[in-house]
Design a protein around this ligand. Sequence first.
Ligand code: PHE
Length: 466
Amino acid sequence: MAEQRGHWSGQIGFILAAAGSAVGLGNLWKFPYITYENHGGGFVLVYLLAVLLVGLPIMTAEILLGRRSQLSPVGAFRKLAAGHRGARWWPAVGFLGVSAGFIILSYYSIVAGWTLRYIQLAVTGKLGALASDPAAMQEFFGHRYLADGWQQVGGHFLFMLLTVGSVFFGVKEGIERVARVLMPLLFLILLALAGYAATTSGFGEAMGFLFRPDFSHLTGRAVLEALGQAFFSLSLGMGAMLTYGSYMNRTSSIPKAALEVSIMDTAVGLLAAVIMFSIIFTFRMPVSASAGILFTTLPTVFYQLPGGGLITAAFYLLVAFAALTSTISLMEVVSSYAIDELGWARRKATVVMGLAIFAFGCLSAVSLGANKALSNLNVFGKESAVGLFSTLDFLSANWLLPVGGLLIALFTGWILPRRDTQDELEAGHGRLGRIYTGWRVLIRFVAPLAVGAIIASIIFLGMEYQ
Ligand code: PHE
């Protein structure tokens, strides 16, 4: 039986849920780390440009496609492409997105599970003992915790349970309700930590590092990395924003929502970087690349501060909240596919798909445990030392999202008639005038060319941009 399609309670409901999707491990973990790798200032400026010129227009396009069609990705493309060029093929873009959601969630939930374990360790005081010795911390994370397949499966299970448990109750009663509680808490914790960071002696240096543009280190590769990061961080290219847009009322403004979500997502990434670098510079800690920065360097540093246990617990709670509102959006893309396309009831869709994703993720969890050389673990890409886990991440972040984003931009810019996109963007907003023209130039030319350049450089230069 078809259920009534759920909707957000209003503009704020959408914004909190969409910001929840965007703000996640990508901001708190990956953004500070790749900013560090790319020497700060110049990179940050390029990242901001990527968000403004590519991320924002594509986010606007995704929400537009969802709200216009009132369907999840596959159905949305089928409905909107009807009667246009390539009508038969466009739904494949939606299916690509659903597959990306399935794959990303299967490993993202494992990393998210680590935060639960760290909260527990912080609260029980065990983390304090480990963190007093950087070598012991490293040993614990790389060789004991990650190598324990059962613990990996357990954390993954718990996080999937939280995710399914939220999506199960639907758009307003589940997703929005969780976001309404978690997002303000997340901002509070983040601001409190930022306030704390501002009192540390490394704060000034951190601000200079992040905001004084220095282009002497800026490489072509850094530009591509910035663009890729904008994609992942804003949850673009796989239909998450499209699906959330399909629950948006026609009285809400799409351009305004897209702008606000992009600003929040960017602000959280910047704040996280300010917090981490202030503390790291204060203690002159060597920055371990990749996963280590969040799960080995930071706890070591936190415990040197007065009240370290409390700060650590608050911090991992923050990361867990951010991750949960992101896994919820990944889950919703997959569930809404089963609801809209297979005709399943929501509860069946979330439980069955949740189990399938859990089972698939177990392969990654176990492949993590099977690999003993984990000290250079980089979950989001480069040193592909962890088998299935990093292969899946590499595949989804480097290929599925950019290709999906490119196709979404081409579809919205070149296939959908101008009057349709203008009508949808102005509904709930009022006349857009030049803003519409600007968006149209970005979505037809700037975004496809920029994303096309990333994909081409990966193919022709063999560049890993993540
Ligand atoms: N944007 C999320 C993050 O930064 C990850 C994500 C990607 C979520 C794609 C949904 C879709 O962590």
